[in-house]
Structure formats: structure tokens, C-alpha cells
Design a protein around this ligand. Structure first.
Ligand SMILES: O=C(O)CCC(=O)C(=O)O
Ligand SMILES: [Fe+2]
Length: 215
């Protein structure tokens, strides 16, 4: 990515969990937003998933590379058509993110082959959960666009305290791996209306990049 516009030093939130404020510059954010809009309105579509107990997720999700539904990945969309490929415009982001995280990608690492794009309107949130449907233990790379959110990063044992609350703003990078890879985390709320005016997004987008690995 280009030089951070309003970058600040990385903050280690928990061992293996690093927040890099302002990692994406304005141009990179605008370009990424355009792509996200195209993916969500294209064949990949966007869905409010229904959870096993019947609840509907308030977040609307677009899956690329592999299709996620609670709680597994599939190569096919629900209508039986193949999932859209992992997007070329995202191809270099995992490498750059892992450099910023301080754990450079190696040739032996499984590829980052999943991109999940989450859209939060003013009322959306995400409960505390673990990202544990991937087989590889590669760090999860998370990018935020639009409204600021309250991101809660906890521990591997419980959904509850101890946790650390972090404000994720437009352009921020958050990476969690190593001892934090299976930590519970969630988004209790966003802060509607806080997106930078120049971005032209009402709401919040979060893009996570992940490696599925082999079962
Ligand atoms: O929206 C976020 O910042 C977190 C999203 C998340 O935890 C997920 O997609 O698994
Ligand atoms: Fe997650």
C-alpha cells in the first residue's frame, strides 16, 4: 500500500494481535471500497446468514475464494454455482500486512485464499466468536473501511473478560495470529456517521483475509 496517510505505530493488543492504525491511505481505501461494491453486487452476492439456532446475522456478508456459512467453508454458493475466485486486487495485501505484523509470509505457508467482506449498517454488530473454521493457523488479516467501530478482542478461553476494546477506524489494519489466533472477538457496535467524508461510504466494511489450509 502507499504510505499511511495518518499512520501511527503498531499497537500490540495481546500477544500475536497487532493493530496498525491508518495502514491504508485514502486512495487505497477508495479503490478497495469500489472493489467491495462490485463484488457485493456481482455473482458473489451478499447475505445475512441465519445462525444454527435461527438468529439472523445483522452483518451482511460477501464471500470470495471460499463461501462461508455458519460454521464451515464450501466451494459452492447456496445456488450450486462456484464461489467467485479470491480477487486479484487483494493478492498482495496478505504479504504486506504480515510484513507490518512482523511475521513475513514464507514459501511454505498455505496461500491466503479466502476474503470475507462484512457490511455493517448503523445497527449491525457481531457477537463474540472465534475464527476457527480454517484448517491453517495463518494469522487473520482484517481491514476496516468507513465508520469507526468498537472492536472487542478477548481471550482464547471465554467470550467474556479479560478483553481489550479497540476503536477500529477507516484504513486500520488488525492482524491476529500465534497465541491470539483463536481468541474470541466481536464488534459490539459501530459509530454511525464517523466514516471519513471523502470515502463516500455510509456504514462500515470489514474485509478479512484468511488461509483455509488442508483439513
Ligand atoms: O468486523 C470486524 O472487524 C470483525 C469481523 C470478524 O470478526 C469476522 O468476520 O470474523
Ligand atoms: Fe471473526
Amino acid at each position: 500500500m502507499d504510505e499511511p496517510l495518518f499512520g501511527a505505530p503498531p499497537v500490540t493488543v495481546a500477544p500475536g494481535a497487532v493493530h496498525v492504525p491508518g495502514w491504508l491511505g485514502a486512495d487505497a481505501q477508495r479503490t478497495l471500497l469500489e472493489h467491495c461494491r462490485a463484488w457485493a453486487s456481482g455473482p458473489a452476492g451478499t447475505r445475512h446468514h441465519t445462525m444454527p439456532r435461527g438468529g439472523r446475522m445483522s452483518v451482511s456478508m460477501t464471500s470470495l475464494g471460499w463461501f462461508w456459512k455458519p460454521y464451515s467453508y464450501s466451494g459452492l454458493l447456496p445456488d450450486g454455482t462456484p464461489v467467485q475466485p479470491f480477487p486479484e486486487p487483494l493478492a498482495e495485501l496478505p504479504r504486506r500486512a504480515l510484513d507490518a505484523y512482523g511475521r513475513p509470509l514464507t514459501e511454505d505457508d498455505p496461500p491466503y485464499d479466502i476474503a470475507l467482506v462484512n457490511f455493517y449498517d448503523a445497527d449491525a454488530h457481531m457477537g463474540m466468536h472465534q475464527d476457527k473454521d480454517e484448517h491453517a493457523d495463518m494469522p487473520v488479516v482484517s481491514l476496516s473501511l468507513g465508520d469507526t467501530c468498537l472492536f472487542r478482542f478477548g481471550n482464547t478461553e471465554t467470550r467474556t473478560r479479560p478483553y481489550t476494546d479497540v476503536e477500529l477506524r477507516s484504513g486500520d489494519l488488525f492482524v491476529f495470529g500465534g497465541p491470539s489466533r483463536l481468541s474470541y472477538h466481536g464488534v459490539p457496535r459501530t459509530r454511525p456517521g464517523t466514516a471519513p467524508a471523502w470515502l463516500g461510504l455510509r456504514g462500515r466494511l470489514n474485509i478479512t483475509l484468511r488461509a483455509l489450509g488442508r483439513p
